[in-house]
Design a protein around this ligand. Structure first.
Ligand code: 5RP
Length: 295
Protein backbone atom coordinates (compact mmCIF):
# COMPACT_ATOMS: atom_id res chain seq x y z
CA UNK A 1 0.00 0.00 0.00
CA UNK A 2 1.31 3.50 -0.76
CA UNK A 3 1.92 5.57 2.35
CA UNK A 4 -0.75 8.24 2.69
CA UNK A 5 1.65 10.59 4.43
CA UNK A 6 4.25 10.58 1.66
CA UNK A 7 7.74 9.30 2.42
CA UNK A 8 8.38 9.95 6.10
CA UNK A 9 11.66 7.98 6.07
CA UNK A 10 13.16 9.53 2.95
CA UNK A 11 16.37 11.22 4.07
CA UNK A 12 19.05 10.78 1.40
CA UNK A 13 18.51 13.99 -0.56
CA UNK A 14 22.19 14.66 -1.13
CA UNK A 15 21.72 18.28 -0.14
CA UNK A 16 24.77 20.24 -1.28
CA UNK A 17 25.70 17.79 -4.08
CA UNK A 18 25.16 19.46 -7.46
CA UNK A 19 22.87 17.63 -9.88
CA UNK A 20 24.97 15.63 -12.34
CA UNK A 21 24.98 17.12 -15.79
CA UNK A 22 26.92 15.09 -18.32
CA UNK A 23 28.13 16.29 -21.68
CA UNK A 24 27.14 13.86 -24.44
CA UNK A 25 30.23 12.46 -26.13
CA UNK A 26 29.12 12.38 -29.78
CA UNK A 27 30.32 15.42 -31.70
CA UNK A 28 27.68 18.10 -32.22
CA UNK A 29 24.95 16.03 -30.52
CA UNK A 30 24.84 17.55 -27.07
CA UNK A 31 21.57 19.37 -27.65
CA UNK A 32 19.67 16.45 -29.16
CA UNK A 33 16.70 14.79 -27.53
CA UNK A 34 16.95 11.62 -25.42
CA UNK A 35 15.90 9.17 -28.13
CA UNK A 36 18.42 10.62 -30.57
CA UNK A 37 21.23 10.42 -28.03
CA UNK A 38 20.22 6.91 -27.06
CA UNK A 39 20.40 5.76 -30.68
CA UNK A 40 23.68 7.59 -31.29
CA UNK A 41 25.17 5.94 -28.22
CA UNK A 42 24.28 2.56 -29.70
CA UNK A 43 26.13 3.56 -32.87
CA UNK A 44 29.22 5.14 -31.29
CA UNK A 45 30.97 3.07 -28.64
CA UNK A 46 30.82 5.08 -25.39
CA UNK A 47 34.41 4.06 -24.47
CA UNK A 48 36.22 4.81 -27.73
CA UNK A 49 33.67 7.27 -29.14
CA UNK A 50 34.10 5.46 -32.48
CA UNK A 51 32.12 3.05 -34.63
CA UNK A 52 32.71 0.22 -37.08
CA UNK A 53 29.68 -0.01 -39.33
CA UNK A 54 29.43 -2.90 -41.74
CA UNK A 55 27.90 -1.69 -45.02
CA UNK A 56 26.26 -4.33 -47.18
CA UNK A 57 23.57 -2.30 -48.91
CA UNK A 58 25.38 -2.62 -52.25
CA UNK A 59 22.78 -5.03 -53.63
CA UNK A 60 20.15 -2.32 -53.95
CA UNK A 61 22.14 -0.75 -56.78
CA UNK A 62 24.51 -3.56 -57.82
CA UNK A 63 22.60 -6.80 -57.33
CA UNK A 64 24.61 -9.81 -56.07
CA UNK A 65 27.89 -8.02 -55.37
CA UNK A 66 31.06 -10.10 -55.17
CA UNK A 67 31.55 -11.30 -51.60
CA UNK A 68 27.87 -10.72 -50.85
CA UNK A 69 26.28 -13.18 -53.27
CA UNK A 70 24.60 -15.01 -50.39
CA UNK A 71 23.84 -12.54 -47.65
CA UNK A 72 22.70 -15.28 -45.29
CA UNK A 73 26.07 -17.02 -45.58
CA UNK A 74 28.24 -13.93 -45.99
CA UNK A 75 26.87 -11.51 -43.39
CA UNK A 76 25.94 -13.67 -40.45
CA UNK A 77 29.51 -14.60 -39.40
CA UNK A 78 30.37 -10.88 -39.42
CA UNK A 79 27.52 -9.73 -37.22
CA UNK A 80 29.23 -10.30 -33.83
CA UNK A 81 32.12 -8.03 -34.86
CA UNK A 82 30.12 -5.13 -36.35
CA UNK A 83 28.98 -2.22 -34.19
CA UNK A 84 26.25 -1.34 -36.69
CA UNK A 85 24.72 -3.06 -39.71
CA UNK A 86 24.03 -0.80 -42.68
CA UNK A 87 21.59 -2.46 -45.05
CA UNK A 88 18.30 -2.32 -46.89
CA UNK A 89 15.02 -3.34 -45.32
CA UNK A 90 14.86 -6.30 -47.72
CA UNK A 91 18.18 -7.64 -46.45
CA UNK A 92 17.26 -6.92 -42.86
CA UNK A 93 13.94 -8.75 -42.92
CA UNK A 94 15.18 -11.70 -44.96
CA UNK A 95 18.60 -12.52 -43.55
CA UNK A 96 19.38 -10.70 -40.29
CA UNK A 97 18.15 -12.52 -37.18
CA UNK A 98 16.21 -9.97 -35.08
CA UNK A 99 17.88 -11.31 -31.94
CA UNK A 100 21.29 -10.20 -33.30
CA UNK A 101 20.60 -7.03 -31.34
CA UNK A 102 22.78 -4.86 -33.55
CA UNK A 103 21.90 -1.22 -34.25
CA UNK A 104 20.68 -0.80 -37.82
CA UNK A 105 21.54 1.99 -40.21
CA UNK A 106 18.70 1.53 -42.64
CA UNK A 107 19.15 2.53 -46.26
CA UNK A 108 15.99 4.52 -46.99
CA UNK A 109 16.65 5.90 -50.47
CA UNK A 110 16.06 3.95 -53.66
CA UNK A 111 15.20 4.34 -57.29
CA UNK A 112 18.17 3.61 -59.57
CA UNK A 113 20.81 0.96 -60.18
CA UNK A 114 24.25 0.90 -61.75
CA UNK A 115 22.47 0.06 -65.02
CA UNK A 116 21.14 3.64 -65.03
CA UNK A 117 24.65 4.95 -65.78
CA UNK A 118 24.84 8.69 -65.11
CA UNK A 119 21.34 8.55 -63.61
CA UNK A 120 22.53 6.32 -60.76
CA UNK A 121 21.82 9.03 -58.20
CA UNK A 122 18.25 9.70 -59.29
CA UNK A 123 16.64 8.54 -56.10
CA UNK A 124 13.53 8.99 -54.03
CA UNK A 125 12.71 8.13 -50.43
CA UNK A 126 12.06 4.42 -50.67
CA UNK A 127 11.15 3.58 -47.06
CA UNK A 128 8.64 5.52 -45.02
CA UNK A 129 9.27 6.57 -41.45
CA UNK A 130 6.73 4.12 -40.02
CA UNK A 131 8.66 1.22 -41.51
CA UNK A 132 11.93 2.58 -40.13
CA UNK A 133 10.29 2.79 -36.69
CA UNK A 134 8.83 -0.72 -37.10
CA UNK A 135 12.32 -2.03 -37.90
CA UNK A 136 13.75 -0.22 -34.88
CA UNK A 137 16.30 1.62 -37.03
CA UNK A 138 19.03 3.40 -35.11
CA UNK A 139 19.71 5.61 -38.13
CA UNK A 140 18.36 6.18 -41.63
CA UNK A 141 20.86 6.43 -44.48
CA UNK A 142 20.21 8.85 -47.32
CA UNK A 143 22.34 9.48 -50.37
CA UNK A 144 23.06 13.14 -51.18
CA UNK A 145 24.81 14.15 -54.37
CA UNK A 146 26.16 17.66 -53.80
CA UNK A 147 27.16 19.29 -57.09
CA UNK A 148 25.75 16.48 -59.22
CA UNK A 149 22.88 16.32 -61.70
CA UNK A 150 20.52 15.16 -58.95
CA UNK A 151 21.67 17.59 -56.29
CA UNK A 152 18.23 19.16 -55.73
CA UNK A 153 16.32 15.87 -55.61
CA UNK A 154 18.78 14.15 -53.31
CA UNK A 155 19.04 17.11 -50.91
CA UNK A 156 15.24 17.24 -50.82
CA UNK A 157 15.18 13.53 -49.94
CA UNK A 158 17.70 14.23 -47.22
CA UNK A 159 15.75 17.13 -45.71
CA UNK A 160 12.51 15.13 -45.73
CA UNK A 161 14.09 12.12 -44.03
CA UNK A 162 15.73 14.36 -41.41
CA UNK A 163 12.36 15.96 -40.63
CA UNK A 164 10.69 12.56 -40.33
CA UNK A 165 13.52 11.20 -38.18
CA UNK A 166 13.42 14.25 -35.93
CA UNK A 167 9.75 13.53 -35.22
CA UNK A 168 10.62 10.05 -33.92
CA UNK A 169 14.14 10.53 -32.56
CA UNK A 170 15.92 8.63 -35.34
CA UNK A 171 19.21 10.14 -36.55
CA UNK A 172 19.96 10.50 -40.25
CA UNK A 173 23.20 9.32 -41.83
CA UNK A 174 23.93 11.55 -44.82
CA UNK A 175 25.94 9.69 -47.45
CA UNK A 176 27.90 11.99 -49.75
CA UNK A 177 27.62 10.31 -53.13
CA UNK A 178 30.30 11.49 -55.54
CA UNK A 179 29.47 11.30 -59.24
CA UNK A 180 32.12 10.55 -61.84
CA UNK A 181 32.18 14.20 -62.88
CA UNK A 182 33.26 15.29 -59.38
CA UNK A 183 36.68 15.02 -57.72
CA UNK A 184 37.06 13.35 -54.34
CA UNK A 185 39.47 15.93 -52.98
CA UNK A 186 39.37 17.72 -49.62
CA UNK A 187 37.80 20.83 -51.09
CA UNK A 188 34.86 18.90 -52.52
CA UNK A 189 34.46 16.46 -49.61
CA UNK A 190 34.55 19.30 -47.06
CA UNK A 191 31.86 21.13 -48.98
CA UNK A 192 29.63 18.09 -49.47
CA UNK A 193 29.98 16.98 -45.83
CA UNK A 194 29.31 20.47 -44.53
CA UNK A 195 26.23 20.97 -46.70
CA UNK A 196 24.78 17.65 -45.59
CA UNK A 197 25.52 18.43 -41.91
CA UNK A 198 23.99 21.90 -42.19
CA UNK A 199 20.81 20.40 -43.59
CA UNK A 200 20.61 18.50 -40.31
CA UNK A 201 22.19 15.10 -40.87
CA UNK A 202 23.47 13.71 -37.58
CA UNK A 203 26.32 11.61 -39.00
CA UNK A 204 28.10 12.00 -42.34
CA UNK A 205 29.50 9.22 -44.46
CA UNK A 206 32.11 10.35 -46.93
CA UNK A 207 35.36 9.24 -48.53
CA UNK A 208 38.88 9.54 -47.23
CA UNK A 209 41.32 11.68 -49.23
CA UNK A 210 45.10 11.62 -48.91
CA UNK A 211 45.52 15.39 -48.80
CA UNK A 212 43.69 17.63 -46.33
CA UNK A 213 41.27 15.13 -44.80
CA UNK A 214 41.72 16.78 -41.41
CA UNK A 215 40.11 19.89 -42.92
CA UNK A 216 37.11 17.80 -43.99
CA UNK A 217 36.58 16.54 -40.43
CA UNK A 218 37.36 19.91 -38.83
CA UNK A 219 34.80 21.75 -40.96
CA UNK A 220 32.06 19.24 -40.24
CA UNK A 221 30.11 19.86 -37.02
CA UNK A 222 28.98 16.23 -36.62
CA UNK A 223 30.85 12.89 -36.78
CA UNK A 224 32.29 11.66 -40.05
CA UNK A 225 32.60 7.98 -40.92
CA UNK A 226 34.43 6.87 -44.03
CA UNK A 227 33.34 4.51 -46.77
CA UNK A 228 35.98 2.06 -47.91
CA UNK A 229 35.39 2.15 -51.67
CA UNK A 230 36.65 -0.54 -54.03
CA UNK A 231 38.71 -3.36 -52.62
CA UNK A 232 42.37 -2.53 -52.09
CA UNK A 233 45.14 -4.61 -50.44
CA UNK A 234 44.47 -5.25 -46.75
CA UNK A 235 47.41 -3.16 -45.53
CA UNK A 236 46.26 -0.20 -47.64
CA UNK A 237 42.71 -0.49 -46.31
CA UNK A 238 43.95 -0.65 -42.70
CA UNK A 239 46.25 2.31 -43.34
CA UNK A 240 43.33 4.29 -44.75
CA UNK A 241 41.30 3.52 -41.61
CA UNK A 242 44.20 4.48 -39.37
CA UNK A 243 44.84 7.77 -41.15
CA UNK A 244 41.15 8.67 -41.26
CA UNK A 245 40.77 8.14 -37.50
CA UNK A 246 44.02 9.95 -36.82
CA UNK A 247 42.73 12.88 -38.86
CA UNK A 248 39.43 13.22 -37.04
CA UNK A 249 37.04 10.58 -38.40
CA UNK A 250 34.72 8.96 -35.86
CA UNK A 251 34.71 5.58 -37.52
CA UNK A 252 34.22 3.64 -40.70
CA UNK A 253 31.19 2.44 -42.64
CA UNK A 254 32.90 -0.14 -44.83
CA UNK A 255 31.74 -2.86 -47.11
CA UNK A 256 33.87 -4.26 -49.91
CA UNK A 257 37.20 -4.02 -48.12
CA UNK A 258 35.70 -6.26 -45.47
CA UNK A 259 33.42 -8.70 -47.22
CA UNK A 260 35.68 -9.09 -50.27
CA UNK A 261 38.81 -9.74 -48.16
CA UNK A 262 40.23 -13.28 -48.23
CA UNK A 263 39.04 -13.62 -44.65
CA UNK A 264 36.23 -11.13 -43.95
CA UNK A 265 35.86 -12.05 -40.26
CA UNK A 266 39.59 -11.53 -39.66
CA UNK A 267 39.55 -8.28 -41.61
CA UNK A 268 36.63 -6.90 -39.63
CA UNK A 269 38.46 -7.67 -36.39
CA UNK A 270 41.60 -5.97 -37.67
CA UNK A 271 39.60 -2.88 -38.66
CA UNK A 272 38.07 -2.84 -35.17
CA UNK A 273 41.54 -2.88 -33.61
CA UNK A 274 42.53 0.16 -35.66
CA UNK A 275 39.32 2.11 -35.05
CA UNK A 276 38.68 1.35 -31.38
CA UNK A 277 42.18 0.64 -30.03
CA UNK A 278 44.34 2.83 -32.27
CA UNK A 279 46.32 -0.19 -33.48
CA UNK A 280 48.93 0.72 -36.09
CA UNK A 281 48.32 -0.62 -39.63
CA UNK A 282 51.31 -3.02 -39.61
CA UNK A 283 50.21 -4.57 -36.29
CA UNK A 284 46.60 -4.77 -37.46
CA UNK A 285 47.77 -6.59 -40.60
CA UNK A 286 49.70 -9.02 -38.43
CA UNK A 287 46.55 -9.60 -36.42
CA UNK A 288 44.64 -10.17 -39.66
CA UNK A 289 47.17 -12.73 -40.90
CA UNK A 290 47.18 -14.56 -37.56
CA UNK A 291 43.39 -14.75 -37.40
CA UNK A 292 43.24 -15.80 -41.03
CA UNK A 293 45.71 -18.62 -40.47
CA UNK A 294 43.74 -19.81 -37.45
CA UNK A 295 40.46 -20.08 -39.30
C1 5RP B 1 26.95 3.76 -51.22
C2 5RP B 1 27.08 3.36 -49.80
C3 5RP B 1 27.67 2.06 -49.55
O1 5RP B 1 27.12 1.46 -48.41
C4 5RP B 1 29.10 2.19 -49.27
O2 5RP B 1 29.75 3.14 -50.02
C5 5RP B 1 29.71 0.89 -49.44
O3 5RP B 1 30.82 0.75 -48.70
P1 5RP B 1 32.19 0.46 -49.44
O4 5RP B 1 32.46 1.62 -50.36
O5 5RP B 1 33.16 0.39 -48.30
O6 5RP B 1 32.04 -0.84 -50.16
O7 5RP B 1 26.75 4.05 -48.90
O8 5RP B 1 26.18 4.86 -51.29
Amino acid sequence: MPEATGNPEAARFGVGIPASDEVFYVKGSNHLDWGMQDRLSRIFNPKSGKTVMLAFDHGYIMGPTSGMERMDLNVRPLIPYADVLMCTRGALRSVIPPNSNRPISLRVTAGSTVLAGDDLFQECIGVNIEDAVRLNASAMAVQACVGGKYEYATLKNLAEVIDAGNRYGIPTLGVTAVGRELTRDARYLAMASRVVAELGAHVIKTYYCEEGFEQVTAACPVPIVIAGGKRIPELDALTMCYNAIDQGASGVDMGRNIFQADDPVAMLQAVRAVVHDGEKPAQALEMYETLKNQS
